[in-house]
Write a new protein. Sequence first.
Length: 484
Amino acid sequence: MEGQQKSSLKKNTIVSMIWNAVDKVGFQVVALMVGIITARLLSERDFGLIGALSVFTLIANILVESGFSSALIRRKENTDEEYSAVFVFNLGLSVLIYAILFFSAPLLASFYEMPELTDLARLLFLAIVLNSLGIVQIAIYTRNLEFSKLTKINLAAGVVAGVVTVWLSVKGYGYWALAWQQILQVGVKTLLLWVCSSWRMTSCNFAVLKELFSFSIFIMFTSFLSNFSRSVYNMVIGKVYQAERLGFYTQANKYQQILANIITSTLSGVAYPVLSSLREEPGRQLMYFRKIMRIASFLICPTMLGMFVLAEEFVSIVLTDKWLPIVPYFKILLVAGVLVPFHTLNGQMLLTNGYSNVYFKTEVVRSVFTLLSLLLITISIEALLYGYLGASVISYLYDNYVIQKHCSYKITHQHKDIFPYIAVSCFMLFAVEVMDYYANIGNIYLQAVIKLIAGAALYLLPLKLLGSAVLKDMLELLRGKRSV
């Protein structure tokens, strides 16, 4: 019986991870295609205006969600009455926050000295209310590992929003096209969640809010700190520099996040419900967690450092030369992005074991050093981003200490799981950079292809020689020889 349970969990985990990967990869591919087209059609200022408001949207969504999704997923059982109570709370809070932001829009426009923001903010912030309407359904699907349904819903919403955004961009609507992309993305997704989900609101058991809040309060504060400390860069850059410079930064950050989010969201989305189901089996839970960390290392290191090598070719070919100023920002953010999955997964491990307060402390450390880096803004945006990179390294080292103390994941084991992939990726980066320095190919397209092939070979061959178990598992899965 125990063997059957393990086999079932393993099968569900792999199937869920595949669907979650399809979701994240598919959605990000759609986002990438739309981003490429809009980057060619719209101005740097258009992206800067949207970027100036992003911090408020992020923080508002965190306050509305209040950490209840994670708390609901973690609970053994939830009733329809409890789901209904969370739904009413989320919706009511979202309407209140939207009202505050609606009347604050002129103040935001005055702060940034961008008069267009008043009307833009009042439209864009409608996404906060729309987002609140689908939080419960997402929690139910995630709890049940029904990622195939979420995948189809997210892709459908992304395609609809993307098509309309491109059409509006072609018609010359500028930054309004980007605003409608966010509204439609959330709106269509929420509509499909209601159409496809069997859950419907009933009478409310508001007593559950108190129980959930005791756990979710730290998740909410953690998310608030994490997103505010990073999104505040948009606010500061938009205030100190012109909207065009903010547009360059937001584009660099967007494409770095597309790469990092595909891997991080795919793994963490499946890791949390699976690790939660294993919290009463600590030995088995740790085994799964270490495997997820190795998979994250295998994927994130060559992806981010490989794009570091290809940064200039990517920007020039895909986005056109007018966006080449983002390359220095892009490269620094790519290096910092290597550590993002590890911080997220460590946090998931802490949360599944009930240490939401400890996870909050790790985010405080990360946020303090990230905010300290703002002191470098007067030097240059590059100096600011180097400060962010330093904050990420310090946060990673602190995470190692915390996860060892509370979850028995020894620092030596962490380095054993992660370091080989970082080392091989750094070797790949160095070798390709040297090759590029001495080779004078001339054709940028051919140069990009050669770099890509050389980078893949210089990463995979050493791992093959070193006997990487993750690489072996991946190859067998692709060949259809690995049983789930």
